[in-house]
Write a protein that binds this ligand. Sequence first.
Ligand SMILES: Nc1nc2c(ncn2[C@@H]2O[C@H](COP(=O)(O)OP(=O)(O)O)[C@@H](O)[C@H]2O)c(=O)[nH]1
Ligand SMILES: [Mg+2]
Ligand SMILES: [Zn+2]
Length: 305
Amino acid sequence: MKVDKKYKGLVTKKFNEFYLVELKKDDNSELKKNFLCKIKKSVNFRNQFVFVGDEVIVYQIDLQSKRATIESLVKRTNLLERPSVANISNIYIICSVEEPKLNLSQVNKFLISAERMGVEVSLVLTKCDLITEQKRLLLIDKFQQWGYRVITLNLNKPDDLKNLLIELKKKKCSIFMGPSGVGKTTLLNMIIPGLDNTTAPVSNKIKRGKNTTRNVELFSLSSKSYIVDTPGFNMQTLAIDIRELPNLYPEIYKQLVNEGINCKFRNCLHVNDQGCKLNKNFERYTFYKEMIESSKSHYCLIQGD
Ligand SMILES: Nc1nc2c(ncn2[C@@H]2O[C@H](COP(=O)(O)OP(=O)(O)O)[C@@H](O)[C@H]2O)c(=O)[nH]1
Ligand SMILES: [Mg+2]
Ligand SMILES: [Zn+2]
């Protein structure tokens, strides 16, 4: 049976020239399924320009074979590279407090690369079963001062995971990012029922080589909420225009926006600039300054691992 109408859908998976598209049609349960789609041949956007997370308009819907055709792409709000995912609403930077040890410079880099996406960024500290309660509270305080919401996870405390899940179900599309070995796969396996990705002790990570090839996929957590499952993701090397850097540190941009701090020059880099009024008394200022000062040109590099 063919449906002679167009519907909006969400691309949840992509393989070669095929797209798995979940149609968004609340009034027709027949249409609330996944359809295997190809892109209309004579379209003016090319195959590689549709990504997981994109909203598309489909037509030529066949209910029997569960196939349809993608006619066009709905304007996306953002596009993450490597892995390519569109329309992310929340980035969760995942870092472990031990095994591997917390590395502040690395946390800083992950946060900056996430801030570039212009979406809500939160920090998740895993493996809190390996530190004292006192240490955990100190870490929460530290990262709150960096300007972030901090979620701590202790595998022996089921409520930690339950609360994270409640939160994720309220977000449109979340993604976990962070260094290798911090427990991202372990978390996803607990969050997505039926997902059985392989996890590996930190010491085996390098020996085992890179992750097996898997495609990026969106999993539904509630009727309006998704989470991205990616083949292990590590930060890429980024070239950032140093003029953009002040906007990537909450400690800085909150002063400029909320507190109305006005430096003498609009393009103040807040280092040795004349007439700078920024309060530099915050922990990450050293990282910030190093980045500005180490950049030989207008760009500074955020090196991936
Ligand atoms: N102690 C402790 N170990 C954990 C926790 N979460 C994951 N691990 C272990 O950390 C290792 C790496 O986990 P994995 O999920 O593969 O990390 P990923 O590289 O970020 O995907 C595995 O041996 C896990 O069993 C945790 O909360 N506490
Ligand atoms: Mg993993
Ligand atoms: Zn300044």
